[in-house]
Design a protein around this ligand. Structure first.
Ligand code: C5P
Length: 397
């Protein structure tokens, strides 16, 4: 599957570096050529000899390895690759990427490149959750870098939590997805997902029960068909998928701005449960009970209708898909929504509590378009997503 592809693999210095050896083996077995680069610290965990023996190529470790090459060797080295993979990416290496440092071979290659980059973080759970690391991750993701993992589990340091390097097989899957030549390769698709939070004051907000599960599955299915996915998510309870560009937002207004900033796109799938109203008189301080016990009166303002505005926009994607989560008269409401919102398809579903769909693992949807209605059986959300992604691929052909 990866025949003719060249991967530049940057191995950072962490106990998980031993897994990079297995990754090299899997990449080569899949047909890829691997050019290995090790940071100085990586050499404390695995030897350049084993890395180069498995890769079947010279391993680069110092900036000065390149002085015997043609001028600008580090730029060439990063540009001949189809993909740069950083595994394991330590907290320090991620911090240096976020800052744009170029003080060793690995960071210089990452700064000098315009090749897509996939980062597989591995670090202690506290380092992972530290706000500085989370800030750095958000920065590199907004620079277009994709992440795979980390996973939750026991750590070499005896702690438990998020921070384990993704399994080599999962890193391989993410590499395949990024280099895939599926029916959606070269296509950019925006997916909105999850609920929005509309603040009442700095500590309180209005939300809804959307888990983000269906939007997340759709983003993963589109990615698997080769699309570049901008995944714009409210505060969902399921984690976002690997191998997509993640843009985290809280409010409907922020989601609208993020959708607009992600344009142009070939298609948009608006699976988010966007709040229709925000609190117009939200307080910038925590609201207090008053002595008389009078409850505060909230007043509401209408949020932008992201789907309707996008459908009417001069920068409208070729295909715009909306959702209609209803509790009654599902098809009638969805039909009306198709006309009112001006989108191409509506994915309608019944979210009344008895169905168990909201927050559940399955979904039963009907796809409405101007050509009519197509009712799908009750299916796992991942299967609904795969069918929808295949339908989108057909429509964009
Ligand atoms: O109007 P209603 O919320 O039922 O419409 C659902 C569809 O519209 C979903 O696709 C949702 O993502 C989108 N929507 C939106 N902006 C809003 C409200 C809903 O994009 N303010």
């Amino acid at each position: 599957m990866l025949a003719q592809k060249r991967i530049l693999l940057i191995i950072g210095g962490g106990i998980a570096a031993y897994k990079a050896l297995e990754l090299i083996r899997l990449l080569r077995k899949d047909g890829a050529a691997v050019t290995p680069v090790m940071t100085k610290a990586a050499g404390e965990f695995v030897t350049p000899l084993s890395v180069s023996a498995l890769a079947g190529e010279k391993v680069y470790t110092h900036l000065f390895d390149l002085t015997d090459e043609a001028e600008m060797g580090h730029i060439q080295l990063s540009r001949v690759a189809d993909l740069i993979v950083v595994a394991p990416a330590t907290a320090d290496l991620i911090a240096r990427m976020a800052q744009g440092r170029a003080d060793d071979l690995a960071s210089t290659l990452l700064l000098a490149t315009d090749t897509p980059v996939l980062v597989a973080p591995a670090m202690n759970v506290r380092m992972w959750h530290h706000p500085a690391t989370q800030r750095n991750l958000a920065t590199i993701q907004s620079d277009g870098i994709r992440l795979v993992g980390p996973e939750e589990g026991d750590m070499a340091c005896g702690e438990y939590g998020l921070g384990r390097l993704a399994e080599p097989a999962d890193i391989l899957a993410a590499v395949r997805a990024m280099l895939s030549s599926g029916p959606l390769s070269g296509k950019h698709i925006i997916v909105t997902s999850g609920p929005t939070h509309e603040p009442i004051d700095p500590v309180r907000y209005i939300a809804n029960r959307s888990s983000g599960a269906q939007g997340t599955a759709i983003a993963a299915a589109l990615r698997d068909l080769g699309a570049k996915v901008s995944f714009i998510t409210g505060p969902a309870s399921v984690p976002p998928p690997d191998g997509v560009d993640i843009i985290r937002v809280e409010t409907a207004a922020a989601m609208a701005a993020a959708v607009s900033a992600a344009l142009p796109a070939d298609a948009a799938v608006m699976a988010a449960a966007v709040a229709d109203w925000r609190v117009a008189n939200a307080s910038d301080r925590k609201m207090k009970k008053d002595a008389a016990g009078t409850p505060p009166a909230l007043s509401f303002a209408e949020n932008p209708d992201i789907l309707r505005d996008l459908s009417a926009s001069p920068r409208r994607p070729r295909l715009v898909v909306g959702f209609a989560a209803e509790t009654d008269h599902v098809i009638d409401h969805a039909q009306a929504k198709l006309a009112k919102k001006g989108c191409d398809w509506i994915v309608a579903n019944d979210v009344s509590p008895a169905t168990g769909i909201m927050g559940g693992a399955e979904n039963a949807v009907t796809i409405l378009s101007r050509d009519g209605a197509e009712e799908w059986p009750r299916l796992p959300k991942a299967e609904v997503a795969r069918r929808l992604a295949a339908r989108i691929a057909d429509a964009l052909e």
